[in-house]
Design a protein around this ligand. Structure first.
Ligand code: ADP
Ligand code: VHF
Length: 370
């Protein structure tokens, strides 16, 4: 089979894969993973590595100190461990004459469109020079407000940034099961997922260990974001022999999430990936139909309630009358204005506010329907 079925892939390695369930990095296993990635690279496939393991590596390097369960302790471990981690990746890739470039991100780096584009340019420059980008969250400085929080979602953002074709979420289980296989030995692997809905989300539990973050729940969130942007996603076991190469050849391993048919364009990818929502607009059923079925802009008339305190240019969540999330978009009016405009006809905007930024609350170009 053709090994170049995918031109650009993101490989996300969870702590569970890098430590093999032990409290320290399993370097022998990391060598095997690098061997596979190097072979693919040499065959012309561009690889972006999203690596967890900084906190585990820091704990190992400091001799497993007993620390309070505080953010500062974790940040200290991440600061120590990240340099151990990148050094290990660097040494291993150098065995194959490949260089690595470290990118440490927080959500704040992706919020602003210009910073998002800068990060994208750096990623592309590394790839253009045959260098393997090695990405982790900047745990040492990130506090809750600016954190992505888990590397599953971070890897989806990396896949969007890089316009990758395939995202591999490699973990300690062979894929997504119909129940957590740690506690349900009869659980069955789900080979393919077409729709990510609430019933599927209920199957996906948290991490089974205290080293991993998020478990299958964050892997599903990541898959949901990436496939909307046209990226195919697969969850598979990182310890399975030849897994990275096999997945790149399109072999039926793990749980596959085919990419949605109509990928979003660049700006809409950023709306999906970048800014955290600053509020919520509740819409009536007519507005929901206009957005979902006709691809229209959102008019103030269709807004029934406004939650949050936000200004013009912020990203908002859009919900239908039942409270289901139907999209996200960038508002042309701040919260105070929208509270006045909700339910009103667009030609009353000037009279109600004394000024106007146009007839729509959210323009269709600034809107992603989910
Ligand atoms: N439905 C499910 N199918 C598979 N694994 C599940 C499921 N629900 C919860 N899990 C747990 O998710 C864990 C993997 O997530 P996590 O510990 O965060 O790993 P990683 O470090 O690779 O991100 C598994 O070990 C498993 O216990
Ligand atoms: N950024 C953290 C890992 C966060 C995370 O999501 O971990 P995991 O669930 O193992 O992928 C670290 O390097 O330790």
């Amino acid at each position: 089979m053709n090994p170049l079925r995918y031109r650009r892939i993101v490989v996300k390695l969870g702590t569970s894969v890098l430590t093999s369930g032990s409290p320290k990095l399993n370097r022998a296993h990391m060598v095997e993973l690098v061997r596979q990635m190097a072979r693919l690279r040499q065959a012309g496939c561009e690889i972006i590595l999203v690596t967890s393991g900084a906190i585990a590596a820091g704990r190992e390097h400091l001799g497993y100190p007993t620390l309070p369960d505080s953010l500062a302790s974790k940040q200290m471990l991440a600061a120590v461990g990240q340099s151990q981690l990148i050094r290990t990746w660097e040494q291993l890739f150098n065995l194959y004459n490949l260089n690595v470039g470290q990118i440490l991100l927080t959500r704040a780096d992706l919020d602003d469109r210009e910073r998002y584009l800068n990060a994208r340019d750096t990623l592309n420059a590394l790839l253009d020079h045959g260098i393997i980008p090695v990405i982790n969250e900047n745990d040492a400085v990130a506090i809750a407000e600016i954190k992505v929080g888990d590397n599953d979602n971070l890897s989806a953002l990396a896949a969007l940034l890089a316009e990758a074709e395939l995202l591999m979420l490699l973990t300690d289980q062979p894929g997504l099961f119909d129940a957590d296989p740690r506690s349900n030995p009869d659980a069955k692997l789900i080979p393919e997922v077409q729709h990510i809905d609430d019933s599927l989300r209920r199957l996906a539990g948290g991490s089974g260990t205290n080293l991993g973050t998020g478990g299958m729940a964050t892997k599903l969130q990541a898959a949901d974001v990436a496939r909307r942007a046209g990226v195919e996603v697969v969850i598979a076991a990182g310890h399975a022999e030849g897994v990275i190469e096999g997945l790149t050849r399109g072999e039926a391993i793990g749980t596959r999430f085919p990419a949605l048919a109509c990928p979003l364009d660049g700006r809409k990818r950023w709306i999906l990936a970048g800014p955290p929502p600053a509020g919520t607009l509740h819409l009536d059923s007519g507005a929901v139909r206009a957005l979902v079925e006709k691809g229209s802009s959102l008019l103030p008339k269709g807004i029934t309630a406004v939650e949050g305190d936000f200004s013009r240019g912020c990203t908002l969540l859009l919900k239908d009358p039942e409270g289901h999330l139907i999209g996200r978009g960038i508002t042309r009016y701040g919260a105070t204005d929208l509270r006045r405009l909700a339910g009103q006809h667009s030609n009353a905007i000037e009279t109600l506010l004394g000024y106007s930024y146009g007839t729509v609350a959210i323009h269709r170009n600034d809107l992603v329907v989910l």
